[in-house]
Design a protein around this ligand. Structure first.
Ligand code: GAL
Length: 680
């Protein structure tokens, strides 16, 4: 941990919201009421100034910080800290018109009008200069303000890409740096195919999906370029406020940015989580997905993160978004904390009066009533968070799941025999789900930068693109005694998206090679049939869908064989003992029942620690977290009915009520209980 990362150790959990004070300057009564209600809801932090550039700099070079001074002072007077934003997420209209180059250009070469937000060109020197100026003013003005807790840099950067001349020039420079010569580039992109060879750098335009190396590099570049913009954006903040930690709010991992790389340059990871609660007949699959994303954000730096945005009720940008049912707000907020969040914040404190988000949920609605259920729910979260201070580190998991953005991009670009439902992210979540159900803690890893040694088990679903360093590190991990699980569609291409010739680098570790991948239509039948007396003690038959690798074993031993078609009897799941460890290969897409049974057997074999030893009811999970010198057990019920959890031996105490508990805990429908584990 760097010094500044260490410095962010608030001795309380954060509770707050995006606060758009600047929208209400003409409504002093409302502003007054806001602070009263913030105190009542136990809020101790507000994210401010996020979309306020037009208010801060109404005309070029004319600044107005008075309203922000007033806001910062009032926050401080009310004992509330500020996560102070830089405003680059939305540019003022005067700027877009004076400097059209700051507006993004689409793949057809059309420059966007001034509209929406999060759509600036990341290369434009003019925009960078404008951002530098406003950020310098903010940093100098508020560096000593007692309300400042942290910087909220911009808002939800994305890797959408800009196709302007400036970006193309930067892309070509990036390519020169990566490949050195056009010959090397032509080889890496295999451009002799369809006569695509480039003879001059200026011919390269990232608009051709048939050259997948090109499009993969374009995605890498757009991610790197936004990171470069971010680094330029934070220069004045680092220069004038070296002691103020900074964050930028991430999103789910499908916005074209390699967050593993971003995370190395920020002090605190934060993210905006908008699960679609109540969108499915059962709640808990949404909970699994949400837990996965929380764990991912904790894992980016292997540190506590912040839930920067969540809705206290509903959104207004999803197809259908139901208000949270009673219990759900507390449950979903505590879920974030259970997985490593040191704070829960909302979008938004007060519902806008106009504009596209006026019907988005908020702590305070248009009919501002402290008696509204939403406000009471928020208060309840505040009360829980207050009980849990101080929070500290997160527990060390024994299982890790490799989540690789570049692999996801390459897999998405690849034209395979089956292009429907490749679903990298969904499959990662499917492999994660059994651990959630067993209450076995799990980290997400980048592999090339993570320390693999603490883990007993590493899972890498659909590792299509295999970088040399990842292959080598997994190999060493297994040789030294670790267990790895790999699946179909793995180790097919190198970093440049070039197919491996002959054997994949995974062959020694897997003890097999893949001859072909069968792909299945919905009406096709395939199964995996467990071998008698296999190592995992499993039996029976499970369906295989979508993809089925047809493999030849070298040293691997079949654990299961295919049950149908011309490759019936060939290995479908294998184990290869390799060095001091073992590597499993799940050659076909197996269903959730198989994954559950497989990982349960493996967890038992590897004696993986669980937060609760007794089997949990379906839809119920548990997480452990250290708070100071105490261990808290978070018991969460995502079922609409009451459930009971059998506790391990020992004494437990309800964190909120102090009630002593032994043997078991009852959970209400959509209920959560946090209990301190006391030594006997
Ligand atoms: C986020 C964004 C917020 C707000 C919110 C609505 O993505 O950062 O400004 O728009 O969505 O859910």
């Amino acid at each position: 941990m760097t010094q500044i990362e260490q410095r962010f150790q608030p001795n309380f959990l954060l509770h707050g919201a995006d606060y758009n004070y600047e929208q209400w300057l003409d409504y002093p009564d409302i502003l007054e009421e806001d602070f009263r209600l913030m105190r009542e809801a136990n809020c101790n932090v507000m994210s401010v100034g996020i979309f306020s550039w037009a208010m801060l700099e109404p005309a070029e070079g004319q600044y107005d910080f008075e309203w922000l001074d007033q806001l910062m002072d009032t926050l401080h007077e009310n004992g509330i800290q500020a996560i102070l934003a830089t405003p680059s997420g939305a540019k003022p209209a005067w700027m877009s018109h004076a400097y059209p180059e700051i507006r993004r250009v689409d793949a057809q070469g059309r420059r966007e009008p001034h509209f929406q937000r999060h759509n600036h060109c990341p290369t434009s020197p003019v925009y960078r200069q404008k951002v530098r100026q406003i950020n310098t003013h903010l940093a100098k003005r508020y560096r000593a303000h007692p309300a400042v807790l942290m910087w909220h840099v911009s808002n939800e950067y994305n890797g959408g890409g800009c196709h302007c001349d400036l970006c193309y020039a930067a892309f070509r420079a990036w390519l020169r740096n990566r490949y050195g010569t056009l010959d090397a580039l032509n080889h890496a992109w295999w451009t002799t195919f369809w006569s695509h060879r480039y003879t001059d750098w200026s011919q390269i335009e990232p608009v051709d999906g048939s050259i997948q190396g090109l499009m993969l590099d374009w995605q890498r570049f757009t991610s790197d370029q936004m990171l470069d913009f971010f680094l330029a954006e934070i220069e004045p903040l680092r220069a004038h406020t070296p002691d103020v930690p900074l964050t930028t709010n991430f999103m789910r991992p499908d916005v074209g940015l390699d967050y593993w790389r971003f995370a190395q340059h920020i002090d605190v990871v934060s993210w905006d989580s908008y699960p679609r609660w109540h969108s499915q007949p059962e709640e808990w699959p949404v909970a699994v997905e949400t837990a996965f994303y929380h764990d991912l954000h904790r894992s980016y730096k292997n540190q506590p993160f912040l839930l920067m945005e969540s809705t206290p009720s509903h959104t207004n940008w999803q197809g259908i978004s139901r208000p949270k049912k009673p219990g759900m707000h507390l449950l979903s907020s505590m879920q974030a904390v259970a997985h490593g969040a040191d704070g829960v914040q909302y979008f938004q404190w007060r519902q806008s009066r106009g504009g596209t988000e006026k019907f988005h949920g908020a702590v305070i609605g248009h009919v501002a009533s402290r008696n509204a259920r939403v406000f009471q729910d928020v208060k309840s979260v505040g009360a829980h968070l207050a009980q849990l201070s101080p929070a500290t580190s997160v527990s060390q998991a024994e299982v890790a799941l490799l989540y690789d953005f570049q692999n996801e991009w390459a897999l998405t670009l690849a034209q395979l025999p089956r292009n429907e439902e490749k679903q990298y992210q969904e499959r990662c979540i499917a492999h994660y789900r059994p651990f959630w159900q067993m209450a076995v803690p799990i980290d997400l890893i980048a592999c090339s930068t993570s320390n693999l040694m603490p883990y007993k088990l590493i899972i890498a679903p659909m590792l299509y693109l295999l970088r040399q360093d990842i292959a080598a590190r997994l190999d060493t991990f297994v040789r030294r005694g670790g267990t790895v699980v790999l699946t179909y569609l793995s180790g097919l291409v190198d970093e440049s998206d070039l197919c491996f010739i002959g054997a994949s680098p995974l062959r020694p570790m897997l003890g097999l090679w893949v001859e072909q991948t069968d792909v299945l239509f919905d009406h096709n039948t395939q199964t995996l049939e467990l071998e008698a007396d296999n190592d995992l003690g499993m039996s029976g038959s499970y369906p295989i869908t979508h993809f089925a690798d047809i493999v030849h074993t070298d040293t691997a031993i079949p654990v299961a064989r295919y049950g149908h078609d011309y490759y019936a009897g060939q290995a479908a799941v294998t184990i290869n003992r390799y060095g001091a460890g073992q590597c499993f290969y799940v050659a076909g897409r197996a269903d959730t029942r198989f994954l559950h049974d497989f990982y349960t057997a493996l967890s038992n074999n590897l004696q993986l620690a669980r937060a609760v030893s007794a089997p949990l009811p379906l839809g119920v999970t548990a997480q452990q977290r250290r708070h100071g010198d105490q261990t808290a057990l978070y018991l969460m019920n995502f079922q609409p009915s009451s459930q009971t959890v059998e506790l391990d031996g020992g004494i437990y105490e309800d964190a909120l009520t102090g009630e002593r508990l032994r043997h078991s805990v009852d959970l209400e429908p959509l209920g959560v209980r946090i209990v301190w584990q006391r030594l006997q």
